[in-house]
Design a protein around this ligand. Structure first.
Ligand code: MGD
Ligand code: MGD
Ligand code: SF4
Ligand code: MO
Length: 703
C-alpha cells in the first residue's frame, strides 16, 4: 500500500460546513476525522461525515445513466440518455406547452456548488412555471419575512451565537440538526459557551429535545401556536415599555401600528392555546428584552406550520424591537466572500406573477408550493403536468401526502431524475442521470457561507477521481441545456461544458474581500474573515432603505391568526397533533443506505406522552395505527415524557420498503413515511409552505 495521504475538505451533508481531515491511500478512505485546523469548525464533526466513505463505496450508488425497461433497469450511454431525455421533454412541451414539464429541486441542490451554478441555466430553457422545490416544505417563511422586511428573500439574519447573552430557540433542535439558517459547526459547544459566559438559552418546543435538555429553561408549546406566543411577547414589550430600537431607530417604520395591531394579544389571551402561562410569557419577554444582547431564533418547527410566515415575521420583529437586530450578540447579516446580494435587483418582484393552475396558489420566488405538485399531475386539462424532472430530491418521502405523489408519478408521460440512487421517487423515472458526488467533487459553499455565524471561506478540491464514464452535475446540466435550447444541436460540434470554478473565481474576486481562488486553494483548512459586523441600514435592499415592520401582505394574515385563536384545533376525529423530529444519524431521507448510520435501535417510532399512552392502552413497542385526513400508517410506539400531552412525534424520511427501491441497507431499516400522514391542503396560506407540524391525527392501539 502507498503511504497514506491527508486531504482536507468541507463536509457538505448538512449546513454546518465542518472541516474534515481524511486519510487515504490507493483510492480508499482510511479515516475521516474533524479538521482541528479549520478555523470555523475547530475539529468538530458528526457521525454522518464518516458515512461519506459509505456513499463513495456504496454498491447501490449509480455511476452511469440507467433506463427503466420491461426487464428492469438497464445501463445506457450518456449519449443515449441525453437523446432520450431531450426528445421526450421536447415532445411533451411541443404537444402540451411549456408548463407541461415540471421541475422539483431537492435539498442537496443547495449543498452542491456545481448544481447551484448550472441548474438554473437548464430550468430557464424549459420556460415552465411549474417549478417546485423542497423550499416550500422548509424555509419559505424565512425568505418571505426577509423579503418583506429587508427587501430580498435571501437577506436572512442569523443568530450571533458566539456573542449573545440570551438565545431563545423556538422550534429548532440544533444539537440534533447541527443548525439550520444558522451555520454553526460544533453548535453544542457554542451554546454551552453562552452559558459559560453567564448567558442563558431558552427553548420553546412541544418536545424536551436534546437542545432543550441542555438549556436553562424549556417551555412545552402546543404545536402550531407559536404565533400567539410571539404576538403576546410583542404585546408585552409595548405594555411594559421594553421597546428599545437601538441604532436602527430611524430605519424601523411602523412601530406605532405594531403596538395597535398586537394590543389584543395579552399573555392571558394566549395562555390556554399555547400551553404557556401568562406569567411565564411575561417573564420570558422581560428576560429577553433586558439581556445585554439577545436573539430569538426559530427554524423548522415554526416555519413548517400553518402560521409559518407570521411566525418568522414576528421573530424578526422581536429582535428588532429589542435593539437586537444588526447588533453584536443579536440577529445579524453576514458578509460572505461571494456575495449574491451585490447584484440583486431592487425592488424584488418575484411574487404572485402567476398562480398554480388547479388551486390558484401564488408563485413565491419563482416557484409554486410543492403541496400542489401531485394535483397538477393528476388533474386533466390544459397545462396539466405530463413530465417531471427531479434533481437532488425525494419528494415521495419528503412532501405532504407523499402517497398521492407516489401514485401520480406513475401517470407521467416522462420522468427523469438527476440522482445517485434508485429510491422511492426515482424508481418511477424513465431515466436516471447520476452525477458524481461527495468525495469526488469540488465544493465552495455558496449557500451556507451566507448564513454562517462567522464569516469564513473555504474551497474543497475533489479527493478522488470520479468513476470511469461518470459525469459531474455541472456537466449534466449544461449538456441538457445545450441540447434543449438548440433545435439543430449537433453532437460533433457541441461545446464542452464549462467548469463552474471560473464562476467561483469571479465571485471571490468581485466579493467584499477580493479573494482569489488560489488563496483558498492554498488554505485548505479555510480562511477566517472575522465575526459578523453591523451593516444596516446600508445592506438593506428595500427601495427606501427602511424596514417596514408592518408589511401589508403579512398584516392581512393577522385576521386568520385572530380567527385561529378563537378556534380549538384538535377535532374529535383527529384529536392528536403530529410533529416531526430529526436524529443526528439521519439526513432527511437519503442516507439510510449506510449501515453505520442506521444500525442500532429503530428510530422510526411514534413518540407519545405516558398519559396519552395509558389512556389509549399503548405501551412502548406496540404497533399503533395513526390516521390523518389523507392516510393511515402502522408504526411502533415509544412512550416518553419528553413529549407534550396531546402530541405525537415521528421522524420523516423513512418508508423505504416500496417495490423497486434499490437501497439494500435502507430497505432493511425501512420504517414508514410520516408524509403519508401530512396533508397537502394543510399549509401556511400566507407563504404556501407545507404545514408539517401540528398535523391533526388519530392514534389507536392495534391490539
Ligand atoms: N414530515 C416532514 N417532512 C419534511 C421535513 C420535516 O421536517 N417533516 N423536512 C423538510 C425539509 S426541511 C427538507 S429540506 C425536505 C428534503 O426533501 P428532499 O430534498 O426532497 O429529500 P432528501 O431526502 O433530502 O433527498 C435528497 C435526494 O438527493 C439525492 N442526492 C444526494 N446527493 C446528491 C447529489 O450530489 N446529487 C444529486 N443529483 N442527488 C443527490 C438523494 O439520493 C435523494 O434522492 O424534506 C422536507 N420534508
Ligand atoms: N441529523 C440531521 N441533521 C439535519 C437534517 C436531518 O434530517 N438530520 N436535516 C437538515 C435540514 S434539511 C434542515 S431544514 C434542518 C432543520 O433543522 P431544525 O429546525 O433544527 O430541525 P428539527 O430537529 O426538525 O427541529 C425542529 C423542532 O421543532 C419542533 N416543533 C415541531 N412542531 C413545533 C411547533 O409547532 N412549535 C415549536 N415551537 N416547535 C415545534 C420539533 O419538536 C423539533 O424539535 O436540519 C438539517 N440538519
Ligand atoms: S454536522 Fe453536518 S457538516 Fe458537520 S460533519 Fe455532520 S453532517 Fe457534516
Ligand atoms: Mo431542510
Amino acid at each position: 500500500m502507498d503511504t497514506p495521504q491527508t486531504h482536507y475538505r468541507v463536509c457538505n451533508l448538512c449546513e454546518a460546513m465542518c472541516g474534515l481531515e481524511i486519510k487515504h491511500a490507493n483510492g480508499q478512505v482510511l479515516s475521516i476525522a474533524g479538521d482541528k485546523k479549520d478555523p470555523f469548525s475547530r475539529g468538530h464533526i458528526c457521525p454522518k461525515a464518516v458515512a461519506l466513505k459509505d456513499i463513495y463505496q456504496d454498491p447501490n450508488r449509480l455511476k452511469k445513466p440507467v433506463k427503466r425497461t420491461a426487464d428492469g433497469w438497464q445501463e445506457i450511454s450518456w449519449q443515449q440518455a441525453y437523446a432520450e431525455v431531450t426528445t421526450n421533454l421536447k415532445a411533451v412541451q411541443a404537444r402540451h406547452g411549456h408548463n407541461a414539464v415540471a421541475v422539483y429541486n431537492g435539498n442537496p441542490s443547495v449543498h452542491n456548488s456545481g448544481t447551484m451554478l448550472t441548474a438554473t441555466g437548464l430550468w430557464k430553457v424549459l420556460r415552465t412555471q411549474n417549478m417546485f422545490s423542497a423550499t416550500s416544505t422548509d424555509q419559505l417563511p424565512h425568505h418571505f419575512a426577509a423579503w418583506q422586511l429587508y427587501g430580498h428573500p435571501l437577506l436572512m439574519p442569523v443568530p450571533d451565537i458566539d456573542h449573545t447573552d440570551f438565545m431563545l430557540i423556538i422550534g429548532a433542535n440544533p444539537i440534533a440538526s447541527n443548525g439550520s439558517i444558522m451555520t454553526a459547526p460544533d453548535v453544542a459547544n457554542r451554546l454551552a459557551a453562552i452559558q459559560k459566559r453567564g448567558g442563558k438559552v431558552v427553548v420553546i418546543d412541544p418536545r424536551r429535545t436534546e437542545t432543550a435538555a441542555k438549556a436553562d429553561a424549556h417551555h412545552f408549546i402546543r404545536p402550531g401556536t407559536d404565533v400567539f406566543l410571539l404576538l403576546a411577547m410583542v404585546q408585552t414589550l409595548f405594555a411594559e415599555n421594553l421597546v428599545e430600537l437601538g441604532h436602527l431607530q430611524d430605519t424601523l417604520a411602523g412601530v406605532d401600528e405594531l403596538r395597535e395591531l398586537t394590543s389584543a394579544f395579552e399573555p392571558e389571551a394566549v395562555a390556554t392555546q399555547t400551553g404557556i402561562s401568562a406569567d411565564d410569557i411575561r417573564q420570558l419577554t422581560r428576560d429577553f428584552a433586558q439581556a445585554p444582547s439577545a436573539v430569538c431564533y426559530g427554524r423548522v418547527g415554526v416555519s413548517t406550520q400553518a402560521f409559518g410566515g407570521a411566525c418568522l415575521w414576528l421573530i424578526n420583529v422581536l429582535n428588532a424591537l429589542t435593539g437586537n437586530l444588526d447588533r453584536r450578540g443579536g440577529y445579524m447579516l453576514t458578509k460572505p466572500a461571494i456575495d449574491f446580494m451585490a447584484t440583486a435587483k431592487v425592488p424584488y418582484q418575484r411574487y404572485d406573477r402567476f398562480r398554480s393552475r388547479v388551486r390558484n396558489l401564488p408563485e413565491v420566488m419563482g416557484e409554486l408550493p410543492v403541496s400542489c405538485l401531485a394535483e397538477e399531475i393528476l388533474t386533466p386539462g390544459e397545462g396539466q403536468v405530463r413530465a417531471l424532472i427531479t434533481s437532488c430530491g425525494n419528494p415521495v418521502l419528503s412532501t405532504p401526502n407523499g402517497r398521492q405523489l407516489d401514485d401520480a408519478l406513475e401517470k407521467l408521460d416522462f420522468m427523469v431524475c438527476i440522482d445517485i440512487y434508485i429510491n422511492e421517487t426515482s424508481r418511477h423515472a424513465h431515466i436516471i442521470l447520476p452525477p458524481a458526488t461527495g468525495l469526488e467533487v469540488a465544493h465552495y459553499d455558496l449557500t451556507f457561507h451566507t448564513l454562517a455565524v462567522r464569516n469564513t471561506a473555504k474551497y474543497s478540491q475533489p479527493l478522488f477521481e470520479k468513476a470511469d464514464g461518470a459525469k459531474f452535475d455541472w456537466e449534466i446540466f449544461q449538456d441538457l441545456q445545450a441540447r434543449l435550447s438548440d433545435p439543430d444541436f449537433d453532437e460533433s460540434t457541441a461545446v464542452a461544458p464549462q467548469n463552474p470554478e471560473q464562476k467561483i473565481e469571479m465571485g471571490l474576486r468581485y466579493g467584499p474581500y477580493k479573494l482569489a481562488l488560489s488563496d483558498l486553494k492554498e488554505n485548505p483548512h479555510g480562511i477566517d474573515l472575522g465575526p459578523l459586523e453591523p451593516c444596516l441600514p446600508e445592506r438593506l435592499l428595500t427601495v427606501d432603505k427602511k424596514i417596514n415592520l408592518v408589511p401589508a401582505l403579512i398584516i392581512k394574515d393577522l385576521d386568520r391568526v385572530a380567527r385561529a385563536l378563537r378556534t380549538s384545533t384538535p377535532t374529535a376525529e383527529f384529536p392528536t397533533l403530529l410533529v416531526g423530529r430529526r436524529h443526528l444519524r439521519d439526513n432527511n431521507s437519503w442516507m439510510h443506505n449506510s449501515e453505520r448510520l442506521v444500525k442500532g435501535r429503530n428510530r422510526c417510532t411514534l413518540q407519545l406522552h405516558p398519559d396519552d399512552a395509558t389512556r389509549l392502552g399503548i405501551e412502548t413497542g406496540h404497533t399503533v395505527r395513526v390516521a390523518s385526513r389523507v392516510g393511515t400508517i402502522d408504526v411502533p410506539a415509544e412512550v416518553t415524557d419528553t413529549i407534550m400531552r396531546g402530541v405525537a412525534c415521528m421522524p420523516h424520511g423513512y418508508g423505504h420498503n416500496r417495490p423497486g427501491v434499490r437501497l439494500d441497507v435502507a430497505q432493511a431499516h425501512a420504517g414508514v413515511s410520516m408524509n403519508d400522514l401530512t396533508d397537502e391542503f394543510f399549509l401556511d396560506d400566507l407563504t404556501g409552505n407545507a404545514a408539517l407540524c401540528g398535523v391533526p391525527v388519530r392514534v389507536e392501539s392495534t391490539r
